[in-house]
Design a protein around this ligand. Structure first.
Ligand SMILES: Cc1cc2nc3c(=O)[nH]c(=O)nc-3n(C[C@H](O)[C@H](O)[C@H](O)COP(=O)(O)OP(=O)(O)OC[C@H]3O[C@@H](n4cnc5c(N)ncnc54)[C@H](O)[C@@H]3O)c2cc1C
Length: 511
């Protein structure tokens, strides 16, 4: 690294992680100080899944300056207001984890305390789901952008997207290259490391080309070419907690209404996803090979498709867990190279986005050696993210009522991480739910899954006692009235897409 020269950032991998990293860094950093190169191999290709997101992606897209309508058109995107869980307590049960709030804070106290208090006092109280405008919207297959008037019930939700993973990678690749990211096509065969520090100095490609760099971002997918293989950073295996380790994925024709949410349906040995896009529906069966063989899983998936399959089901193998350190020496792992937790809550793309932002914030200055303290902070933040996501995913499984099904029996009997056991106990005692300032998930998300899985509070914050119970009952009824009235003003999701971002002839109006 020479003084006065830009710092050479080399990204290995051109999947969602690689191109989101290239786009984010090229947008946020001064091009006079940072030269960004991305190496990807057509021979290997990408994992090609990853189609449901969280609302944070909108912040990332806005930061990049994407035009939303164009982005949605080009990626065949639809709106996602949350995830509907079917059969997670027992067959036929359903609830939605919405991207929106449950109720309102009254007298400075979170809604669930008033709700729990009224319920425990035997007052007229509806299920928690009835107090979320986002749930009502999703159930009505309706959508409009949230209102900017914060007093309106129509401002109490956010939204994310479902999109076609390969069209998304294409879109973000074109955008990054327009901003000066250099793309090199080639297979990395060898990694050259400094004999003293162990830092990576250069990549040797199959073509014989050598790509030198100062900071390397490992976005090579499950291979983890740099952080895992070259730097030898260990793997924390979390399959003891999250035993699903396979998925079959297959797209099918869309029939029926264009639902503005992802569906996750529990099955004997795992769960199935359904992600509606404009031009097709993405489906997959995530299962545990300890409890189901691959051919039975394939049959289960094909047996539950709503339309004709558009391709052969594709098998993906993985293990839940993460690298012990995401940043080692001068290499930073982002995306599948750093870890993977099953896609139940669509967290991987969020984890990529968060890592890109953290890396941009902690980026070494040009002309200076990579400081180990930057790496330590990055590692602290990513551990926090992964641990919290793991606990949240586990929460979906452990309170199931699917007795007699080996995977589900196993999950109910499991010893929980202390962090999760504490959260559940606290909620049962006092209706308190986590509210993180950094990372996932929000209080409302925790509430939706805790209550959705049948975990009920036996107490509440005594601060809620300041409001008379009659008034609470009145406010609860009023809130439901406002949700109902707001809903009447909403167009259908299908109309919204057709008006704002329909992808043209490929859109199938089969409802
Ligand atoms: C079954 C399943 C479902 C998922 N669903 C979701 C979801 O709904 N939402 C969500 O947020 N996430 C989801 N994910 C995760 C999501 O797909 C990934 O996080 C995302 O695609 C990022 O992948 P990646 O870029 O890290 O890796 P990949 O897509 O595997 O890309 C790796 C890149 O590295 C390159 N490469 C590898 N080795 C070399 C080499 N030697 N030389 C040169 N280049 C090389 C490849 O060519 C490729 O470009 C899902 C994952 C799985 C397995």
């Amino acid at each position: 690294m020479q003084a006065g020269q830009p710092l050479r950032v080399v990204i290995v991998g051109g999947g969602t992680a690689g191109w989101m990293t290239a786009a984010g860094l090229s947008r946020l950093l001064d091009p006079r100080d940072y030269a960004i190169t991305l190496v990807e191999s057509d021979e290997i290709g990408t994992v090609g899944v990853g189609e449901a997101t969280l609302p944070h992606i909108k912040t990332f897209n806005d930061m990049l300056g994407f035009d939303e309508a164009e982005f949605m058109r080009e990626t065949q995107a639809t709106i996602k207001l949350g995830v509907e869980f079917i059969g997670w307590t027992r067959d036929g049960d359903r609830y939605i984890h919405p991207f929106g709030t449950f109720g309102e804070r009254w007298a400075g106290v979170d809604f669930q305390h008033h709700w729990a208090r009224a319920k425990l006092a035997g007052r007229k109280v509806a299920p928690l789901q009835a107090y979320s405008y986002a749930v009502a919207l999703a159930r009505a297959d309706a959508f409009e952008r949230p209102s900017e008037d914060t007093a309106s019930i129509r401002s109490t939700y956010a939204y994310a997207y479902h999109f076609d993973a390969s069209l998304y990678a294409d879109y973000i690749r074109r955008w990054s290259m327009r901003r000066g990211v250099r793309r090199v096509e080639g297979l990395v065969l060898d990694v050259e490391q400094d004999g003293g520090t162990g830092h990576v100095r250069a990549l040797r490609l199959k073509s014989g080309a050598v790509i030198e760099g100062d900071l390397f971002v490992d976005c090579s997918g499950f291979r983890s070419l740099l952080v895992g293989q070259a730097m030898g950073v260990g793997w924390q295996d979390w399959s003891g907690w999250l035993p699903c380790d396979r998925a079959f994925a297959v797209p099918c024709d869309r029939v029926g209404r264009l639902t503005p949410y992802t569906r996750a349906t529990a099955r004997d040995a795992g769960w199935m996803w359904r992600i509606p896009l404009q031009h097709r529906v993405g489906n997959g069966y995530v299962f545990s090979s300890r409890f189901c063989d691959e051919s039975r899983a394939r049959e289960t998936l094909l047996g539950h498709l709503e339309g004709s399959p558009l391709a052969e089901p594709r098998l993906l193998r993985f293990q839940a867990g993460r690298r012990e350190r995401m940043w080692e020496g001068n290499c930073v792992a982002i995306g599948l190279a750093g870890g993977f937790l099953e896609p139940l809550e669509s967290t991987s793309i969020f984890l990529i986005q968060a890592a890109v932002m953290d890396l941009a914030n902690l980026m070494p200055a040009p002309g200076r050696p990579v400081d180990a303290r930057l790496a330590a902070e990055f590692n602290r933040l990513s551990s926090l993210q992964y641990d919290r996501v793991r606990d949240f995913l586990l929460l979906h499984y452990i309170a199931n009522g699917r007795e007699g099904q080996p995977l589900w029996d196993h999950m109910r009997a499991m010893t929980l991480p202390d962090t999760l056991a504490h959260k559940i106990a606290l909620f049962e005692e006092s209706a308190a739910a986590p509210g993180y300032l950094y990372g996932l998930f929000s209080r409302d998300s925790w509430l939706s899954v805790l209550v959705g899985q049948g975990i009920e509070p036996g107490g509440y914050s005594r601060l809620a006692d300041r409001l008379p119970l009659d008034e609470v009952e009145q406010r609860l009824a009023d809130l439901r009235g406002r949700i109902e009235a707001g809903l009447g003003m909403m167009p259908s999701h299908e109309d919204f897409i057709a008006r704002h971002c329909g992808a043209g002839p490929a859109v199938r109006m089969t409802a």
